[in-house]
Design a protein around this ligand. Structure first.
Ligand SMILES: Cc1ncc(C[n+]2csc(CCOP(=O)(O)OP(=O)(O)O)c2C)c(N)n1
Ligand SMILES: [Mg+2]
Length: 519
């Protein structure tokens, strides 16, 4: 459990201590939610965060909204005003059920009646259908009560609905007759993780596979059918292949991940743990709702004409590098984000978890960071809340016990800088790479693209060497290209907390107008 308690949580903390449960004390409640989210994704089990009532719960709001739109199975336990005195006592009282209702699958007060059952139901609900957060409020009065509970259930299970297999024949026919089928895969692959079945289907159907940011790594980027990522901008290169396709198999696909309106009207086969209804996509010919593996396996029975090799041929001729080609050339004294990416990819182990925060750097990394294994790239995408990168990397290193890398904007790091203290305490091998451009670059870029003056989007960074020193974390500075390689190699091999400051030129981001160079 990750959290930051208030006095009202004292009984809960004491119960946890007595039970020998681990509690990770964060510096800001949002971080606890981000950590619970990342932990859930990497373990396949719901994550849990704890806060106090009023201010703590309000502080966690952004994280919970982020978990809701990122379909993350997690439980938020907050303290809760005591209903016996709320009519007379208003200090720190806000209606938590009302504020959490729009961003949770369920929100309610936990009492001492049927407590276990409610908790088991809450945990089950986080993972069922379209996963998401559940909120339970516990007043300090209730937390001190003895549980009155008939049924004792200590395990919860999630049973996926069986898909409606009878339709598979017709779907198979549609796929067999398609000349240019593609697969788009998204956030809904979790928690079932049907990666192997998906790869077999792509290979059997010769279908290029395109992923959303949260599904990066589903198919290794060096697989001949991997097209790459889309969803970040209105003109991501992968839209080229999507536009050419005549049949789309959408697997765990959720348009919450796309900044561009989904306007494709090719026939589509929907395979997901939840129904096509929020929002309803057009032209769905076949809909399979429930466990994805059985239907993917059935579709992989496709009997293709061996001449049909559209997938591999098309991906081979697809210029994934076209983004890089739009970027400026490196020069002495100028560090491009592209150079930082290349050096990191050279030294960071293939399976290591990499997180990005939100901003110009996220768009660039989500589009171009080569990813080789599922869930080795974590990103906030549905809500795209800044501040997710560092807590998620700490959670990832905690789960995997391996090096994790957080690539963050300087704006995003400033929001969660206190968590460097947590990182030092946990002493985990997390490498924080801060892209120093003294700006909310992605917002400044929006101003420049609209021909507006830069206003309200630049700031002065702290002395990161001193920040590293103050938190007791190794510090490295990447100035120009030539000194970088050795610094990154040393940081990665040291296997301890590190802060790398990259003095980048944001004009190297594909979404940043060149005019921003040096501004
Ligand atoms: C919590 C939150 N606040 C504001 C935003 C809007 N926003 C999106 S990107 C961005 C700028 C991020 O700046 P920085 O972290 O320095 O990254 P850069 O764009 O410079 O790479 C902002 C303010 C957001 N997504 N999340
Ligand atoms: Mg910045």
């Amino acid at each position: 459990m990750f959290g930051l308690p208030g006095g009202e949580n004292a009984e809960v903390l004491e119960a946890m201590r007595q039970q020998g449960l681990e509690f990770v004390l964060v510096r800001n409640e949002n971080s606890a939610v981000f950590m619970a989210d990342a932990t859930a994704r990497l373990t396949g089990k719901p994550g849990v965060a704890l806060t106090t009532l009023g201010p703590g719960a309000a502080n966690a709001y952004c994280g919970l909204a982020n978990a809701y739109l990122d379909r993350a199975p997690m439980l938020l336990l907050t303290a809760q005003p005591d209903s016996r005195i709320v009519a007379r006592h208003t200090h720190q009282v806000i209606d938590l059920q009302a504020i959490f209702r729009p961003i949770s699958k369920m929100t309610r007060e936990l009492t001492n009646v049927e407590t276990r059952q409610v908790i088991m139901e809450a945990l089950r609900l986080t993972m069922a259908g379209r996963p998401g957060p559940v909120h339970l409020g516990i007043s300090s009065f209730m937390a001190g009560q003895t549980v009155i509970d008939g049924r004792v259930e200590t395990e919860f299970t999630v049973r996926m609905k069986k898909p409606s297999i009878p339709d598979a024949g017709a779907a198979l026919e549609l796929l067999t007759n398609a000349r240019r089928p593609i697969i788009v895969a998204g956030v809904g692959l979790e928690p079932e993780k049907p990666y192997d079945a998906l790869r077999r289907l792509a290979e059997a159907a010769q279908a290029p596979l395109i992923v959303t940011p949260k599904a990066k790594g589903t198919l290794s980027d060096d697989h001949p059918l991997s097209v790459g990522t889309f969803g970040l901008t209105h003109s991501d290169p992968a839209y080229e292949i999507i536009g050419e396709s005549d049949c789309i198999v959408a697997v765990g696909f959720d348009v919450v991940e796309l900044v561009r309106l989904w306007d494709q009207d090719q026939p589509l086969i929907w395979v997901a743990p939840w129904a096509n209804e929020d929002p309803k996509l057009p032209n769905i010919k076949h809909e399979f709702v429930g466990s994805m593996t059985p239907i993917l396996e059935q579709l992989a029975q496709i009997n293709l004409n061996p001449q049909h090799n559209w997938g591999e041929t098309r991906v081979a001729s697809f210029h994934r590098e076209q983004i890089q080609n739009r970027l400026p050339a490196p020069a002495v004294g100028r560090l491009l984000p592209q150079t930082v990416l290349d050096i990191l990819r050279r030294h960071v182990p293939r399976q290591a978890v990499v997180t990005t925060d939100v901003g110009s750097h996220k768009i660039f990394y989500a589009l171009t960071w080569p990813t080789y294994t599922p869930n080795s790239y974590l990103v906030a995408n549905g809500l795209s809340a800044m501040g997710m990168g560092l807590p998620s990397a700490i959670a990832a290193a905690r789960v995997t016990k391996e090096t994790a890398v957080c690539i963050t904007g300087d704006g995003g790091l400033a929001m969660v800088m206190g968590e460097l203290g947590l990182l030092r305490e946990l002493d985990l091998p997390v490498i924080v790479v801060v892209m120093n451009d003294n700006a909310l670059d992605s917002i400044r870029s929006a101003q420049l693209r609209r021909g507006k003056p830069v206003f309200g989007t630049e700031f002065v960074n702290p002395d990161y060497a001193k920040i590293g020193q103050a938190f007791g974390i190794d510090y490295y500075r990447l100035g120009d290209e030539y000194a970088c390689d050795e610094a990154v190699r040393t940081a990665v091999t040291a296997k301890c907390p590190a802060l790398i400051e990259a003095m980048i030129d944001p004009a190297g981001y594909p979404t940043t107008p060149r005019r921003a160079a040096g501004s």
